[in-house]
Design a binder for this molecule. Structure first.
Ligand SMILES: [Zn+2]
Length: 1025
């Protein structure tokens, strides 16, 4: 999004959204030289760290101003990715990335002193593949000489609030791999560069450090925080990204850029800007060089006051700038020449073309001791009533689709790795994981999963995901046929969340293939919509398993339930068939029905009761959990953990905040980015719910209906240690002209002392304190929105004894606004734009609105053991089993010689519970990418040993292939770990030393708490016997 999308829109340039005729012509590029002709300017004095050899010479006794020429190219925002790349719809926003890169390359060739930074590989790789070999050769030279530098290098510049760490790692891996394959070590970014994301997570810093970045620069932070940092000279410091990993493993030198990512006022020389070019001809009536030089000298000195070294940086560029790069470079050339000429008159300012890496290199050489930050940069506010906490929830359906696609992509990657080449070429056609991998990477962009793009762009993001699913489904079919030995008519049901699946609803018999992407066995309740019949379900061994058919009270649709047991990294195939002559009825006489069907081991009673308030004591219960509902209101009122003998009064209800449209304090409205409620107290959706109860042997449910647009099913399956709340909200009515932000709130008696806890990108946990920031004295100006934090996977409250945890199925905003209380924003629909550039209210389809369904899993535990529950359950949620159906006719053998198998595990032994198989994916023809993760934090499991280091033997671990060679890499797999080294920084907490890597022993791979280890494994697949 736009750096200058300020409320007042003060920037004079006619760029943003201005529809005007386009008259500029691009500078003509000189003929591209065929041979690398320039080694001329390469400075080679002094010893330079790897990657910094090409940095420009500075003047040690002067103030050095590093000009960073850059463009910020959103991978979708006001226009789609393709519209931005090609420069389509310039009346919406003038932006065409292909022309930017054409123009920049020409300008770089015109003068060897010029430098430029490029960031977004989604665009660059597309442009690259369209160039001639001659151009590619020239660009390779520019990269080798440091004149074109890549910063960050991910496929996109990802959002940090609504992203999951697995997807962040995947998208960075994709972008950095392109750079590594194309430019080798010369193209490897040394600096992470998140100049636009709206707040910064601690986990992001940790991941960047583990990827081997030497430093990190960003643009946006809370305006109060920024003032304090300037005063304390803490605009640059060491950020400690992990409370578990031993420093400096997750330490990252981090700098706040002085002017977000914009050029200084009056010095924007893009075709999108209106500032005056430098006129240095004294005879011209427009002569302005002397004034501009004086202005620049003052600016540089003023800015440098807030930084600790004699180096300072200026970002010379902004959104989609440099389409006519000559304009920028011509003026920067003059600025450098004119300002440096003043050194002859005693000026102590030296200005130069530089890059983020070369600026960082000078900071490192200063050998200072830096302060240490241990929390994060959420929430972000750019004014007293302008908290960017709405986008934590914006577009909840897209956020869920993204998370579901993460799940599916991992399944696709795993099956591609397990089945080998047979996954890509098989009876179902060409299977491919790459399109979904790329689509998922695009979705991580800071205007994509964040929900801050225009509606048509959000639609295009969803289109890209859907297009990515299709070749993965072909891949799954090929792989499942290969691994099961049977070619079936596979079917994928995409609408199970709305109880739609044509095959299961019509077929007399069908098969259910349940694939489990976890490295441990799981039991999962399978639910499928079926016709009004009675069904027999058999497990892989042919034994009948208990099943139920439940009629959904709201829709009258029947769903078949049975519990599937699936081995680690493998599948089980269940067969389902109608029992001839039997038709199920919604409310059969219970006793007769059960008796006559006793030969089916299924306990078959279907009860659906409409419960009026005051008529029943409503309780649902299994062997671990009981939940009691208020008979007067139908609301959840109490939860028990029977195993741990805990009882907690918990009242849960839905409320909505009335979205501000601006008031006398500020004109700020609630919108796609900003959350600003009119009042602190939310309004009830309804103070009571109409309830219906479904109780069978396989499920107990209370169906709560709060209003025409808000309902919920509270559910317990046997063996489940959490309470499942499946909410359905929408379309949010706005006919009363009130925008609404809907929350689910849990109120308890826990004494929480202002504290609550949220995860960081689904990984480590951060403590949050109401109306408080750890590093400065907060002036709280928005008591609700200013206490909202991103919740990617979990939020919890505790009194030190008991802990109530809520797991989410997508990213949401959450908070605890009074002790014992915890809330999550599930949906929002708004009537005003919030003036941050997107230019649309967040209506999510103007006429109809959108209904959204999601799940909250609630866990009540002793605080000391709570992590065991929420860590393992969150992993099961993220990587849920994938259901694939096949019609029941029976397939044909994949190989005539091999008899089909109904169960398969890709592992010879399960991994211990504290180890998560984060990545298993194809990397090359005979190469796999493997990531193993310790999923517990230091000290988190206070009773058992799940927070202890764990050692694995990778030899013979996998059944589908043999590992013939193993190499360890940094987190994004673009450097061998043994050869990787990072710049060292001295924190004020004491020096830290990177440990020298120990010899890699596949028989003893040790993981420390929260450690991720990444490997490239050469493999040989088992022969098809
Ligand atoms: Zn942006």
């Amino acid at each position: 999004m736009g750096a200058d999308a300020r409320p007042s829109g003060e920037r004079a340039a006619g760029g943003r959204g201005a529809a005007r005729p386009w008259t500029s012509s691009r500078a003509r590029c000189p003929a591209l030289p065929l041979l690398p002709f320039l080694v001329v300017f390469l400075a080679a004095p002094s010893v330079r760290a790897a990657g910094y050899e090409t940095c420009p010479t500075v003047k040690p006794n002067m103030l050095n101003v590093h000009l960073v020429a850059h463009t910020h190219d959103d991978v979708g925002w006001l226009k789609t990715v393709d519209q931005y790349f090609y420069g389509i719809h310039n009346n919406v926003q003038h932006a065409g990335v292909q022309y930017i890169l054409d123009s920049v390359i020409c300008s770089l060739l015109a003068d060897p002193a010029r430098r430029f930074v490029y960031v977004e590989m989604a665009f660059f790789s597309r442009w690259w593949h369209q160039q001639t070999k001659a151009t590619q050769d020239v660009v390779r030279d520019l990269v080798r000489q440091g004149r074109l530098e890549f910063a960050n290098g991910g496929w996109v510049m990802n959002d940090e609030a609504s992203t999951h760490y697995g997807a962040i790692i995947d998208q960075m891996t994709l972008g950095l791999r392109f750079l590594e394959d194309t430019f080798g070590n010369d193209g490897r970014p040394r600096v992470a560069w998140h100049i636009d994301p709206f707040g910064h997570s601690r986990e992001q810093a940790s991941l960047f450090a583990q990827m081997g970045f030497d430093g990190f620069f960003f643009g946006r932070l809370d305006y109060q925080d920024k003032l304090v940092r300037k005063a304390k000279l803490e605009m640059e410091q060491v950020w400690r990204g992990s409370a578990s990993l031993k420093p400096p493993a997750a330490d990252l030198f981090t700098g706040v850029l002085p002017n977000m990512y914009n050029p200084p006022d009056n010095l924007c020389w893009d075709v999108l800007c209106a500032d005056k070019p430098i006129v240095d001809d004294r005879r011209s009536p427009e002569y302005n060089a002397e004034n501009l030089v004086a202005y620049f000298l003052k600016l540089a000195k003023d800015q440098s006051q807030f930084y600790r070294t004699n180096h300072t940086v200026m970002t010379m560029g902004s959104d989609f700038q440099y389409e006519n790069a000559d304009m920028w470079f011509k003026n920067l050339d003059k600025l450098i020449q004119l300002v440096n000429a003043q050194q002859a008159n005693g000026s102590r300012v030296n200005v130069l073309y530089s890059t983020p890496a070369c600026y960082l290199w000078e900071l490192n050489k200063a050998k200072l001791t830096w302060s240490v930050k241990q929390d994060d940069f959420f929430p972000y506010a750019d004014g007293p009533h302008m908290f960017w906490t709405g986008y934590f929830t914006s577009r909840p359906a897209l956020k869920r689709y993204e998370r579901l696609s993460y799940n599916f992509l991992q399944v696709c990657n795993q099956l591609e790795a397990l089945a080998g080449p047979a996954a890509n070429r098989g009876p179902y056609g060409a299977g491919d994981s790459a399109p979904l991998n790329e689509a998922m990477a695009v979705l991580q962009h800071h205007d994509a999963v964040s929900g801050t793009s225009k509606q048509h762009v959000a639609d295009d993001y969803a289109r890209q995901l859907a297009a990515g699913w299709t070749p993965c489904e072909v891949l799954l079919s090929n792989a499942l046929a290969r691994l099961s030995g049977s070619k079936e008519m596979f079917t994928f049901c995409h609408n199970l969340n709305t109880s739609l699946c044509p095959l299961s609803q019509t077929a007399k018999s069908f098969q259910v293939i349940v694939y489990n992407p976890l490295a441990r066995k799981v039991n999962r309740m399978v639910r499928l919509p079926v016709s009004k019949h009675v069904f027999l379900v058999k497990d892989p061994s042919g034994a009948v398993v208990p099943s139920d058919v439940v009629t959904m009270p709201s829709s009258n649709v029947q769903e078949l339930l049975f519990s599937a047991s699936v081995p680690a990294l493998g599948f089980s195939i269940y067969s389902v068939s109608q029992v001839p002559g039997w038709r199920s009825r919604p409310r059969p006489p219970e006793s007769r029905f059960q008796k006559s069907l006793s030969w089916i081991k299924s306990s078959f009673h279907v009860r659906s009761l409409l419960v009026k308030p005051s008529s029943h004591d409503l309780t649902i219960q299994n062997e671990y959990i009981s939940a009691r509902f208020d008979p007067d209101t139908g609301l959840l009122m109490e939860m028990k953990n029977l195993e741990q003998d805990l009882l907690l009064p918990v009242r849960q209800a839905f409320y909505w905040y009335n979205a501000s449209t601006g008031n006398q304090l500020s004109s700020q409205a609630s919108g796609a980015y900003i959350f600003r409620p009119n009042q602190q107290k939310p309004l009830f959706v309804s103070q009571w719910a109409q309830t219906r109860v479904v109780k069978t042997a396989l499920v107990q449910e209370v169906h709560q209906n709060f209003s025409a647009w808000c309902s919920q099913v509270v559910r317990l399956y046997p063996g489940q240690r959490h309470l499942e709340l499946e909410w359905t909200v929408g379309p949010i009515p706005v006919g009363d002209n009130w925008g609404k932000e809907v929350i689910s709130r849990f109120d308890t008696s826990l004494e929480t002392k202002g504290l609550f806890f949220t995860d960081s990108n689904g990984r480590e946990i951060l403590e949050r304190r109401r109306d408080y920031r750890p590093t400065w004295q907060l002036n709280q100006t928005e008591p609700v929105a200013g206490n909202y934090y991103p919740v990617n996977s979990r939020i919890y409250i505790t009194d030190g004894n008991m802990q109530l945890t809520v797991l989410t199925d997508r990213s949401q905003g959450g908070s605890s606004l009074s002790d014992g209380s915890m809330e999550l924003m599930v949906h929002r629909r708004l009537l005003r734009d919030d003036n941050r550039g997107v230019g649309e209210p967040l209506l999510e389809s103007e006429n109809t609105g959108l209904w959204v369904r999601g799940r909250h899993l609630v866990l009540l535990d002793k605080a000391r053991t709570a992590a065991v529950g929420h860590r393992l359950q969150a992993e099961k949620e993220l990587l849920a089993p994938q259901l694939v159906l096949a019609s029941g006719g029976g397939g044909t053998p994949y190989h005539l010689a091999v008899s089909p198998r109904k169960q398969f595990s890709g592992l010879r032994r399960e991994l211990p519970p504290n180890v998560h198989l984060l990545t298993l994916a194809r990397w090359g023809p005979e190469m796999l990418l493997l990531r193993l993760e310790h999923q517990f934090a230091l000290g988190e499991d206070m009773v058992g040993n799940l927070s202890s280091p764990v050692t694995l033997d990778l030899r013979d671990l996998f059944s589908a292939f043999t590992i013939t060679d193993l190499k360890e890499t940094t987190l994004a797999a673009n450097q061998l770990r043994a050869k990787a080294s990072r710049l060292q920084w001295t924190p004020n907490t004491g020096p830290t030393l990177e440990p020298s890597p120990s010899r890699l022993d596949p028989a003893g791979i040790t993981l420390q708490p929260m450690e991720i280890r990444t490997f490239l494994a050469s493999v040989r697949w088992e022969e098809e016997s």
